[in-house]
Design a protein around this ligand. Structure first.
Ligand code: SF4
Length: 403
């Protein structure tokens, strides 16, 4: 019956993923006036012309001046993958959840400017105090992985799984990198959220609730975590939203312990085992550390696996002279390398290829948002309300309790 209810859809590649190579270069990354960056053919939010032509040093001065005027009423959060020209203005830097928690703890701050991507600002809004207002400097700053799990597609998948397997047979686990609507789906259905650093703890909790898990939107984090927990590859199936029943039979779904949504990160899927072999050939004593959003073959070829926070901490604590080949986003790897100049730290991908959506937070947008606040105007506000907020918060609180 479920097959008949599911229509075949046409494959959509998220625009965010198509743009991934727009800023890949073999040179270093330095912010240019926005009007010049627009020449790469990107489709970002338009700004008043004065911000389009302003140089990075001028923007830097204007951001500092506006920040000074706003004082304690403002906090700026900077995700690890942001440009250096942005991160220097951040009051806090970290991964998405650490930043959202920090924001909620800053009770004096009235304005939270989240320099990251859309789902992060949504999470900050879910966790914010009632008087706090959350802003995302560029509304086009999405996430290609999050875009691969559209709300309607995941809801349809959940309904198909209920029809096929029955209530109580499966629990949803959502990676932080998805919309508030999909976090709320977890909250409503006894599910839970995870981050890359606590995915295995969260999954262990989930398997106490039901014999089966659907993990979305990142198939690689889900697969790597499942393997770490002892789940075999033939007990996992992939859910392709463009096929009836995700491209599976009822029997395959019934046999599966782990159903993986067919999504991926366009940054972390750039890494491959050949890069690791080459790094090992050049530096025999190297330690390879990669993010768990990398494909299984890369994770298995690495020495260590960890989230952005774990990678930063491991390298900071490493002995002088040690050599690190890192598989995560280039802006973070370059920053770690600068902050650990007594060690050799480099990105395994020889092409300098930042996360294209994180890169959309250009200093011109930050200057515009702050100068608007100085004038008493809130622009680019992100608000999550009603049942979505309530249920998303429930799933996030389960993560804090059991993760
Ligand atoms: S690095 Fe990957 S998962 Fe993170 S924001 Fe960019 S596209 Fe999304």
């Amino acid at each position: 019956m479920a097959e008949m209810l599911t229509t075949i859809k046409r494959t959509r590649v998220p625009l965010t993923e198509l743009e991934q190579s727009a800023f890949c270069t073999t040179e270093s990354l330095v912010s240019k006036p926005l009007v010049e960056e627009f020449k790469s053919g990107v489709r970002w939010q338009r700004l008043p012309i004065e911000y389009m032509r302003t140089t990075a040093p001028e923007l830097d001065d204007r951001i500092r001046a506006a920040k000074g005027k706003l004082g304690k009423r403002l906090i700026i959060l900077g995700h690890h993958y942001q440009r250096d020209e942005i991160i220097q203005h951040a009051d806090f830097r970290g991964d998405s959840f650490k930043l959202s928690q920090l924001a909620a703890e800053q009770k004096d701050a009235e304005y939270i400017v989240f320099c990251g991507v859309h789902f992060m600002a949504e999470t900050a809004s879910v966790l914010a105090q009632p008087h706090q207002r959350v802003m995302l400097p560029n509304m086009a700053a999405g996430c290609s992985m999050s875009d691969m799990a559209q709300t309607g597609d995941v809801e349809e998948c959940w309904d198909d799984l209920m029809d096929t397997l029955g209530p109580g047979s499966i629990v949803p686990v959502a990676y932080m990198n998805c919309t508030a609507d999909l976090k709320a789906l977890c909250g409503r259905n006894n599910g839970i959220i995870c981050t890359s650093s606590i995915a295995d703890n969260v999954m262990q909790w989930a398997y106490k609730q039901a014999p089966r898990v659907i993990f979305y939107p990142d198939q690689h984090l889900g697969r790597n975590t499942g393997l770490k927990m002892g789940i075999k590859l033939d007990e996992m199936v992939l859910w392709n939203p463009f096929k009836p029943l995700g491209g599976n039979t009822k029997e395959q779904l019934g046999h599966a312990k782990l159903i993986l949504w067919k999504g991926h990160c366009s940054v972390h899927t750039r890494f491959n085992p050949k890069q690791i072999q080459e790094a090992r050939a050049k530096y025999p004593d190297i330690t390879i550390m990669v993010h768990p959003e990398c494909p299984m073959e890369v994770v298995q070829a690495a020495d260590k696996v960890g989230s952005t926070e774990q990678i930063s901490k491991a390298i900071s604590a490493a002995p002088k002279g040690s050599v690190w080949g890192v598989g995560t986003e280039i802006s973070l790897v370059n920053r770690i390398a600068k902050e650990n100049s007594d060690k050799t730290v480099f990105c395994l991908d020889p092409v300098v290829c930042p996360c294209s959506t994180m890169y959309r937070i250009h200093p011109a947008y930050l200057a515009w948002v702050l100068e608007s606040l100085v004038k008493g105007e809130v622009v680019n506000e992100i608000v999550v309300t009603g049942d979505t907020r309530k249920n998303a918060k429930l799933a996030l609180e389960r993560m804090l309790q059991y993760g």
